[in-house]
Design a protein around this ligand. Structure first.
Ligand SMILES: CC(C)(COP(=O)(O)OP(=O)(O)OC[C@H]1O[C@@H](n2cnc3c(N)ncnc32)[C@H](O)[C@@H]1OP(=O)(O)O)[C@@H](O)C(=O)NCCC(=O)NCCS
Length: 258
């Protein structure tokens, strides 16, 4: 009886494993227009191999075989160029395109249907302890060489531009770009920065000071324009001049054609 149950269990485990592999391959076919067949995806996508190796190393990590887990993840890194710590929690259908240079830290959490390109780092800032790596929610897209640092959360279906450095939480359905990253789209609407306080940048202080000075100058200019608006002195001089001209005209006409 025991043996029968054991066989059924292992059969279903193997079936589940193949189902997962098929699911991963299909997700690549859906997301990468360059992928032509399942066989091609199986043999030519090291990002997928990295995920599969991680699944085994993560299992070793969870059963407390920490050193074998680390060793296996290093073997994976050698062959794929992707360094995923065995402690990282990775959801389903993660697609790492081009693979090379991706680093995913120990306490990172990656949801399902996440896509990332080469050179992406989900790393720590070097300052934190405990949960010190990012949480990337379902459906997130991370462009090549983007760095997401610290215990920050990238909300569902958000996009991180290539080369961006994300240091703060990103709300769901947003696009962030730049160093440090700021939101350019949210729920399909373009987001423009109009307040320099919203620019979280080492140059922010200079921008804030500059905009304060411009505001001050505008105010001063506004006052000057206001004072000058009635042109009271000029208006009075003009009136006096016209009256004098009128008076003189009488003399001119009297002078008969001078
Ligand atoms: C972030 C990204 C997804 C946004 O695409 P999008 O929704 O079409 O956005 P837009 O092109 O309209 O860009 C919006 C603004 O952000 C800027 N921007 C876009 N991507 C940027 C980036 N990576 N870094 C800095 N600024 C960026 C644009 O210049 C534009 O600014 P502007 O309106 O002031 O001119 C895309 O630009 C990106 O970076 N994709 C990654 C692709 C990748 O990794 N490819 C690797 C292939 S190997």
């Amino acid at each position: 009886m025991r043996g029968t149950w054991g066989t059924r269990d292992s059969e279903s485990t193997v079936m589940a494993l193949f189902a997962r592999i098929r699911e991963d391959i299909n997700s690549v076919l859906e997301r990468d227009p360059a992928a032509r067949s399942r066989v091609e995806v199986f043999f030519c996508y090291p990002g997928l191999w990295a995920v599969w190796i991680h699944r085994v190393s993560h299992w070793l990590w969870r059963v407390k075989l920490r050193l074998p887990a680390r060793l296996l993840s290093q073997v994976g890194r050698f062959f794929t160029g992707v360094d995923i710590h065995p402690g990282a929690l990775i959801g389903r259908r993660l697609f790492i395109d081009h693979a090379t240079g991706v680093v995913i830290g120990e306490t990172a959490i990656v949801g399902s249907d996440v896509t990332m390109y080469q050179g992406v780092t989900l790393g720590g800032t070097g300052k934190g302890h405990g949960k010190r790596h990012p949480t990337v929610c379902d459906g997130v897209f991370i462009g090549n060489n983007a760095n997401v640092l610290g215990n920050v959360t990238i909300g569902e279906n958000s996009r991180v531009g290539a080369g961006s450095v994300v240091l703060a939480d990103v709300p769901p359905n947003s696009t962030v770009v730049g160093v440090p990253a700021h939101i350019v789209y949210r729920n399909g609407e373009r987001v423009l920065i109009t307040d320099p306080h919203d620019v979280k940048d080492p140059l922010s202080d200079a921008l804030i000071a500059l905009s304060g000075r411009v505001e001050e100058l505008e105010k001063q200019l506004g006052r000057a324009v206001k004072t000058a608006e009635p042109f009271s002195t000029e208006e009075a001089e003009r009136t006096a001049y016209h009256e004098e001209l009128e008076r003189l005209r009488q003399y001119v006409s009297m002078g008969e054609g001078i």
